[in-house]
Write a protein that binds this ligand. Structure first.
Ligand SMILES: Nc1ncnc2c1ncn2[C@@H]1O[C@H](COP(=O)(O)OP(=O)(O)OP(=O)(O)O)[C@@H](O)[C@H]1O
Length: 225
């Protein structure tokens, strides 16, 4: 579903953040990515999302990120935006719920942008435990409820790839568990691939597979209690 091939990223100061990463993420898989602070986890998600660009040049792989066989590097801005809008769902702080839209409008946004029927938005709010609150505004919600809206919005258009950056940061353990149970159930029912960056061992335990990102690369690990 998603292939990373010799992916590298350095920032303008020349310091490499990610070097020669290769991995194959499969459809239907819920994968957690862990690793030390500053190792490049968020950078990796941004690259996959097409929000940042991998290193280019004679030594670099020409197509380091393939989504369903499509090279992100071959897409112009409009095509990358379309791919993101149609095929991806984001649970990122930067994509947080919009304060001036109702909960229903927030969740319906990906459907609207993709020209899809909007009925699923209300059902999706109900699925995340916010049934009957369609017309509330984000400021009327707790942090956990807000995160549920973000998840409903990320999943409503049934994306093939869900990218989540610390989706349970700042949530109490019970809320975190119920949110990840929901995320897991959704991706298992749609066959999507979900990639979740987290520092939380409890969150990572909900995934099918845990990868550790280090300076020397990416590898699968088994969590020990
Ligand atoms: N736009 C940027 N310009 C320069 N350096 C950057 C930029 N964005 C990130 N970095 C650097 O890249 C490295 C990786 O950052 P990143 O946010 O991906 O780490 P992380 O693993 O997600 O960390 P954390 O777990 O603390 O969130 C850091 O050293 C950071 O300072």
């Amino acid at each position: 579903m998603l292939q990373l091939r010799h992916l590298s990223k350095s920032y303008t100061n020349g310091r490499p953040v990610l070097a020669d990463l290769s991995w194959h993420f499969k459809a239907g898989e819920f994968v957690a990515i862990m690793g030390d602070s500053g190792v490049g986890k968020s950078t990796l998600l941004n690259l996959i999302a097409g929000l940042d660009t991998p290193d280019a040049g004679p030594q670099a792989e020409a197509a380091p990120i393939l989504v369903d066989g499509i090279a992100m590097s071959g897409l112009d801005d409009a095509a990358a935006t379309r791919l993101r809008r149609e095929r991806m769902g984001f649970i990122f702080q930067a994509f947080h719920v919009l304060p001036h839209l109702t909960l229903l409008q927030n969740v319906a946004l990906p459907l609207l942008l993709n020209g899809l029927p909007q009925q699923r938005a209300s059902a999706m709010l109900a699925a995340v435990g916010l049934g009957g609150r369609d017309n509330d505004f984000p400021h009327q919600l707790s942090g956990g409820e807000m995160q549920r809206v973000a998840i409903a919005r990320a999943l409503v258009h049934q994306p093939a790839l869900v990218l989540a950056d610390e989706p349970t940061g700042n949530l109490d353990p019970d809320t975190a568990h119920s949110i990840l149970t929901l995320l897991r159930a959704e991706i298992k029912s749609t066959g999507a691939c979900a990639i979740m960056v987290t520092h939380s061992q409890a969150a990572a335990e909900m995934a099918d597979k845990v990868l550790i990102l280090t300076k020397s690369g990416i590898q699968e690990t088994t969590l020990v209690n």
